[in-house]
Design a protein around this ligand. Structure first.
Ligand SMILES: [Zn+2]
Ligand SMILES: [Zn+2]
Length: 352
C-alpha cells in the first residue's frame, strides 16, 4: 500500500510502497477513508520536540486524524467487527492502566500517539493498524461521514476536552479562543453550541470571518487591536475561560492575561522552536486573581458518546470546518504552507 513517510525533517514526505499492516491479537486494521492534516503533523515534520527528546523519528508514517472502515480484527477482539465505520483517536490507551480505567485514556502513560512513534505508524496511508481495538476504536454514528469525522480523532475532540473537561465551560460563560486554525475553529463552534459567548482571536481576517460563521460573537485581530484590552472592555473584566489553541508565547500570555478573576486558561497548542516548550507567565496575576492554568491533550475515548450527543442535539456540523480535500501527495505542500500560517480550517486527505 501507499504511505507518506517522513524521511527527513523539513523535506517533502516520500510516498512509499509499504507492507499492509496486520492486526495484532488485540488490534484492528482500518481502511483509511479520510485523514486530517494538523499542526501536530507540522510540528513532527519540523522536528520540533528535540529539546525534550521527543522529536518524531525519521522513517515515520505521519497522519493521526483518520476515519474509515475496519477491514481486519485480531483474534481477541470482540466488540469491533469488520465493516464497522470508525474514528481513531490519536491518543491510544492501553485500556488497562489506572488512567484508562478511570476515564483518562488521553493521558495513558503506556499509550501510543498515532502517527508519531514507530510502534504506531500513521494514517497518511491506505490502511492503519490500531492497538487495543475494543478499547480505542470509536464507532461513528450514522449522521457522520468519514470526511466530516476526520478531525474528531484529534482537533475536534481536543477542543471538546479543553472546553468541557478542563475549562468547565457552561452556558453564558465568556470564552476566548486564541488562534483560529483547525482546533481553534472547532473550539469556537463547540463553545457556541455549549451556550458560551465566544471571542475569536487571530491575525488572519479570513479565519476570523470563518469564526464568526461558526458562532463567534466578537473577533479581535492582534495586528489591529491590543488583544487583552479589547477583550477586557468587551467583557467588562475578562473572560471566564480562555484557550490557547496555537502555542506561541504571545497567544499563551494573552490567553492568561485576558481572564476575569478566577478564570481558567487552557493550554492546547504546543510550542515551536522559538519557545522550546517554555513560556513565562504573569505569575503574580495568577496568584492575585486566583487564575487556573490547565493543560489539555486529546480527549478520553469514553467521552465520544457525550460529544456525539452534543453534535446531534445541537445539529452541529463538524464538516463545516473542512476547507479542502487533498490527495496523499498534497500533504507535503500543505505542511510547508503551515510555516507561514497560510492554511485555513481543517484540510483532509480523502484520496489515497
Ligand atoms: Zn491533530
Ligand atoms: Zn492506560
Amino acid at each position: 500500500m501507499q504511505a507518506a513517510v517522513l524521511t527527513e525533517h523539513e523535506e517533502p514526505l516520500e510516498i512509499q510502497e509499504v507492507p499492509e499492516p496486520e492486526p495484532d491479537p488485540d488490534g484492528a486494521v482500518v481502511d483509511v477513508e479520510a485523514c486530517g492534516v494538523c499542526r501536530s503533523d507540522w510540528h513532527a515534520w519540523k522536528g520540533h520536540g528535540e529539546w525534550a527528546g521527543d522529536a518524531v523519528p525519521e522513517g515515520q508514517t505521519l497522519g493521526h486524524e483518520p476515519a474509515g472502515t475496519v477491514t481486519a480484527v485480531g483474534e481477541n477482539v470482540e466488540r469491533i467487527e469488520v465493516g464497522d465505520r470508525v474514528v481513531v483517536p490519536f491518543s491510544l490507551g492501553d485500556g488497562t492502566c489506572h488512567q484508562c480505567r478511570t476515564g483518562h485514556s488521553n493521558v495513558c502513560p503506556n499509550g501510543l500517539a498515532l502517527g508519531f512513534e514507530p510502534d504506531a505508524q500513521g494514517a497518511f496511508a491506505e490502511q492503519v493498524a490500531v492497538p487495543e481495538a475494543d478499547y480505542n476504536l470509536v464507532e461513528l454514528p450514522e449522521f457522520l461521514s468519514p470526511r466530516d469525522a476526520a478531525a474528531l480523532g484529534c482537533r475536534y475532540m481536543t477542543a471538546y476536552n479543553a472546553l468541557v473537561n478542563r475549562g468547565l465551560v457552561t452556558g453564558g460563560d465568556w470564552v476566548a479562543v486564541h488562534g483560529c486554525g483547525g482546533v481553534g475553529l472547532s473550539a469556537v463552534q463547540l463553545a457556541d453550541a455549549l451556550g458560551a459567548r465566544v471571542i475569536a482571536v487571530d491575525v488572519d481576517e479570513d479565519a476570523l470571518e470563518r469564526a464568526t460563521d461558526l458562532g463567534a460573537e466578537l473577533t479581535v485581530n492582534p495586528e489591529e487591536e491590543r488583544v487583552v484590552k479589547a477583550i477586557k472592555i468587551a467583557t467588562d473584566g475578562g473572560v471566564d475561560v480562555s484557550i490557547d489553541a496555537l502555542g506561541i508565547a504571545e497567544t499563551c500570555r494573552n490567553s492568561v492575561r485576558c481572564l476575569a478573576i478566577r478564570g481558567d486558561h487552557v493550554q492546547v497548542g504546543l510550542t515551536t522552536d522559538e519557545e522550546r516548550g517554555e513560556v513565562s507567565l504573569p505569575t503574580d496575576r495568577i496568584a492575585h486573581m486566583e487564575l487556573s492554568v490547565h493543560g489539555s491533550r486529546g480527549m478520553p475515548q469514553t467521552d465520544y458518546e457525550n460529544l456525539f450527543e452534543l453534535i446531534e442535539a445541537t445539529e452541529l456540523d463538524p464538516g463545516a470546518l473542512v476547507t479542502r480535500e487533498l490527495s496523499l501527495s498534497d500533504v507535503s505542500d500543505r505542511l510547508a504552507a503551515m510555516d507561514d500560517y497560510s492554511t485555513a480550517g481543517v484540510e483532509v486527505v480523502t484520496d489515497f
